[in-house]
Design a protein around this ligand. Structure first.
Ligand SMILES: [Fe+2]
Ligand SMILES: [Fe+2]
Length: 187
């Protein structure tokens, strides 16, 4: 993100934010770290050219998202469970990739659907409370990226090809994401 300095200048100091927002942003940072590691896990396993291209391009954007939160939240303000989020992300990506591209696209579809809803909730609350127009703008940009990641996965793996097993897997991934977010909001 080349405009990172400009954006950071427009943002309030993290410690001045209300507790709910700090908790959300802590979970955002943890989530973006997890996302980076999902794509790294995929790239550690797969030799599929199209899938590597997919993961490479997404990884670049997840790194930018992560970089933003790292520039804003000091280490003490981040989740205390970062090794767990790295590990879980990597295992999720690598495990999906072991089952092949279709499994990865199913996973990314589920993860990004969850992330889009997660960001959308925060954006709505920020706009309602007027707590941070600049913050809402940044999150909106990220949310649009995540939506594109999801669309990319869905287009590569059309609905009619999905098995029932894929539905169950997507539900597990969504549940895991929910548990991770709830945990990272506070710890
Ligand atoms: Fe992201
Ligand atoms: Fe993403």
């Amino acid at each position: 993100m080349g405009r990172l300095e400009n954006i950071m200048g427009a943002l309030p100091r993290f410690e001045q934010l209300p507790a709910w927002l700090r908790a959300d942003l802590r979970s955002d940072h943890a989530g973006e770290l997890g996302a980076v590691y999902i794509y790294r896990g995929i790239l550690a396993v797969t030799t599929d050219v199209a899938l590597r291209d997919f993961a490479d391009r997404h990884l670049r954007q997840e790194r930018e998202h992560l970089h933003f939160f790292e520039a804003w939240l000091s280490p003490a303000q981040r989740s205390a469970l970062l090794p767990l989020w790295r590990f879980s992300g990597f295992i999720l990506g690598a495990l999906s990739a072991l089952f092949g591209p279709a499994a990865v696209y199913t996973t990314i579809d589920a993860v990004e659907r969850f992330v889009v809803a997660h960001y959308a909730r925060q954006i709505a609350r920020l706009q309602m409370t007027g707590d941070g127009v600049a913050i809402a703008e940044v999150l909106q940009n990220f949310c649009a990226d995540e939506q594109r990641h999801r669309n990319d996965a869905v287009q590569r793996h059309p609905v009619q090809k999905r098995a029932r097993l894929a539905g169950a897997w997507a539900a597990i991934v969504a549940l895991g994401s929910r548990i991770a977010v709830c945990t990272a909001r506070w710890v």
